[in-house]
Design a protein around this ligand. Structure first.
Ligand code: 3PY
Ligand code: MG
Length: 258
């Protein structure tokens, strides 16, 4: 099925994503209206819980952005719930084996392709009454490679039928490589691991995505083939902008007192 994200990816373009950790629909709507292609609603580490999801998804669907949900675990019940409420796709953390990847894909696909249970309570309002017939092609499924075991099983995980792509968790991946946690990690071992993941995706026509905290690092990932890159995280933008304004406000008085 043709969806805005799939269209971008088919055209070889990159979806520019905002990462959402603050659990208010206005945060999601404010970011979505800026022109991001995707919003990633983070239920693993963000403040969002399942009960926040409906309002956040409704806010995003007022805009042209697509909503992806980073679920907290592999639990098929939670994956199904995010999709039923209208998520365009899910990002599933800490996937270690091809069996885990296959179970994640099955949780996103209706039978006979998978084991998703029927009940698209909001998705059918949002995408139309024929949603169930089209959902298996439309829903995006990303597994996160961010552990030593996941990296060791990279090729087999990428061979999982039905996968949309792999999403890199660079901070946990740093731990996996015995490095201090860092989002945009220039350590050669980290760069090599990310390059391996991008290459494994490229060879199979999978979408490679990554979290990032630095737009120039993110841009470099796009040049290496990434097609879903986080450009901004809400809480970080808030503190960064407020702290820059506080410094700007204080700067003249400091000068005048010296
Ligand atoms: C990671 O970098 O480990 C992530 O999961 C991004 O939030
Ligand atoms: Mg992680």
């Amino acid at each position: 099925m043709d969806t805005p994200l799939r269209r971008l990816w088919t055209e070889g373009r990159c979806a520019r994503a905002a990462w959402v950790t603050l659990n208010h629909p206005l945060v999601a709507e404010s970011l979505a209206r800026l022109g991001f292609d995707a919003l990633c609603l983070d239920l693993q580490h963000g403040l969002l819980t399942e009960s926040d999801l409906l309002g956040m998804l409704q806010a995003v669907s007022q805009t042209g952005a697509s909503a992806l949900v980073r679920v907290p675990s592999h639990d098929p019940a939670l994956i199904g719930r995010a999709l039923d409420l209208g998520a365009a796709g899910v990002i599933v953390p800490l996937v270690n084996t091809p069996a885990e990847a296959a179970a994640v894909v099955a949780a996103c696909r209706y039978p006979p392709a998978g084991r998703r249970s029927y009940g698209p309570v909001r998705a059918s309002l949002l995408y139309g009454s024929d949603y169930a017939a089209r959902a298996n092609d439309a829903v995006s499924v990303f597994v996160m490679i961010e552990t030593e075991q996941g990296l060791a099983n990279l090729e087999a995980i990428c061979d999982t039928p039905g996968l949309t792509g792999v999403f890199i968790g660079p901070i946990d991946l740093s731990y996996a490589l015995g490095l201090p946690p860092q989002p945009d990690n220039p350590h050669p071992a980290h760069v090599a691991a990310v390059t391996r993941i991008l290459e494994a995706c490229r060879r199979r026509g999978l979408v490679a995505g990554s979290f990032s905290d630095d737009p120039s690092f993110g841009r470099a990932l796009v040049e290496k083939g990434a097609q879903l890159v986080v450009v901004a995280t809400d809480a970080r933008c808030l503190t960064e902008a407020a702290s820059a304004r506080l410094r700007a406000f204080d700067a003249p008085s400091r000068t005048s007192h010296t």
